[in-house]
Design a binder for this molecule. Sequence first.
Ligand code: PLP
Length: 362
Amino acid sequence: MISFLDLAKVNNRFRSEIDARFARILDKGWYLQGEENESFSKHFAEYCGTKYAVGVANGLDALNLIIRAHGFGTGDEIIVPSNTYIATILAISENGCTPVLVEPDIHTYNIDPDKIEAAITPKTKAIMVVHLYGQAVQMQKVWEIAGKHGLKVFEDCAQAHGALYQGIRVGNLSDAGAFSFYPGKNLGCMGDGGAVTTNDEKLYQKIKALANYGSDRKYHHIYKGTNSRLDELQAAVLDVKLPHLDADNARRREIATYYRKNITNPKIILPETYSEDAAVWHVFAVRTEERDRFQQYLTDNSVQTIIHYPTPPHKQDAYREWNNRSYPIAEEIHRTIISLPMSPVLTDDEVKQVTEIVNAYR
Ligand SMILES: *Cc1c(COP(=O)(O)O)cnc(C)c1O
């Protein structure tokens, strides 16, 4: 079986370094808000090119805290792509805000900037872009619209660590970026983890405090905060892996380039990119009619695939109130999409095999 993503293989590359860091933590007996978190936050901000990064408990919390720190709540509308992973939308709902779904471009799967303006109302407060499947959104138009209407711009970077737009890394393209370090992400830890990046010192201080019981110093609480911290073990894993992220992303790009050049089956629609460095290929999502038959064929030929995602957010039971709405592009994507194996530890031979098997599909 060619596995979709072999996480043991991914992380075992760093085994001795991770072992050493864990030993250091055990020796010190310090598990939260310590040296590892400080070191990783500093390195991650440097990597993204932002002034600040705050480690938090997971990606959903990162999104949630950004919205919360701005004081957005009931009656406020936030624009979000209709085909994103549910977490982006849940973070908006969790704050009592109304998610306003905007359709994506079917070729890149990213929010279509030309459709944003029609969704703006006097209640709109922010545009939450999602760099879906690892490809940076074309931000120029988003910035222009936000500037014209006085809106904040936030980024969901959970799938796009290291992706670039005009030479600038995601997380540094808006008022604040939310990252997830869920194990399967391009930069993943060994459990849950997340971060917020920003250049705004006040926002940074506020999110840092909100994530730690609203506390700016011990037993002094300036906000009704929450507990959302990146623990020392996870921060250590991330600090070990971060220096290898660019090489891993380069390998993903190499695989994507190979797939795009060599998959020639007319039944398979390949993903499009704006520029070579815009995408870090968190997943390589292709589209095809009779998707389930194609997936079964790949399984029968020992190629593991995953569907990101089988059901669009507005058709989920959690959003029953939207079930009768129609977002035809999102629906078309969810009906036809399927992700091929993609990871930095796939071998050339495996990539070639997947390509041959896909090309032999009739
Ligand atoms: C993974 C993911 C999240 C949520 O991250 P968690 O760490 O699992 O909470 C949010 N948005 C997108 C687009 C994701 O892929």
